[in-house]
Design a protein around this ligand. Sequence first.
Ligand code: SAH
Ligand code: SF4
Length: 357
Amino acid sequence: METLLQKAASKPLALTHRELAELLAWPDAKALFGAAYEVKAREVGRTVSFRGLVEFGNICRKDCYYCGIRRSNGKVRRYRLDADEILREAEWTFKAGYGSLVLQSGELADEASVAFVEDVLRRIHAIAGDELGVTLSLGEQTEETYRRWREAGAHRYLLRIETSSPALYEKLHPADHSWETRRECLRALRRCGYLVGTGVMAGLPGQTIDDLASDIEFFAAEDVDMIGMGPYIPHPDTPLGKGVRWTPEDAKKRLELGLRMIAVTRLHLHDVNIAAATALQALDHEGREKGLLAGANVIMPNVTEKSRRADYQLYAGKPCLDENASVCRTCLERRIAAAGETINWNGRGDPPHKRLR
Ligand code: SAH
Ligand code: SF4
């Protein structure tokens, strides 16, 4: 048994589908997380990179069955920050030494929305130049749009495939949402010269350990640079989350599954960036630190203005709703030092993986 952990740690992409599934169910979680942490320390260092996360709007044309801000949820108060507000948050992020910024929102693809993002990107670039990494997480777009945003200053893009199983994807989305289109978008992003990130939700209804093993194989096959993964957390105002009984025991299990996915992904891919998603923290106040100790190396502190955070709830129990960005910064610094990790201040934190290409 022990040799499987050693085999995974010694060489990237060394695991078969069976072995990935075996590791995901590895009986000794502590040994699994420890082995993944060693690989992380060796490949990317005992450091954490920060991305300031700006959730700049919750208006979305999509209707994913699991998501709290889906188009059909009439209970959501819709908003979009204006360009000056986003700029202020970008500037704060830059000055706080986070080195990198993520702009995320619901999916909109009309020309006015595309041009709005383009303008914001140019203005951010005028303030911070190449010193501030800029990641977008704005869903499925045309290749032309991706190219425009790349030219305006974005250099990384996060688009989770959500699950690598087209059959499961179909059950989680309305008929006009397409898994193939999403995968095509990942390829278009690569053609446009982005560092590409994808990821999945762990613990989706109907998802098996085999599906999760296939997810990790998908990351390898698409040769992605970054992985943003988190546990699925039901939202009561969604078709998938409605009426779901959710106990502390469920939260514990979901957290562990999320951590196992991080660990096995690190053990298979070695040198990519892996984010400890905020959803981990929603399940356990030390969830993100646990993610770091299971092999993650990126954290995305929320820098969105406090008054807006409650309107951007993808899942139930979102943390830090009542804390402003500087309180979060201090709190995070303390927690990370306690976990024995150092912070990559002012670094863009591009993954070593990129250098191989
Ligand atoms: N609209 C963009 C970005 C915002 S959604 C997009 O979909 O790509 C960002 C991520 O939130 C999604 O990719 C999904 O994986 C995650 N998410 C949505 N609902 C969730 C839930 N109930 N639990 C956990 N993660 C969720
Ligand atoms: Fe919109 Fe993204 Fe939520 Fe889907 S997951 S409904 S695309 S915000």
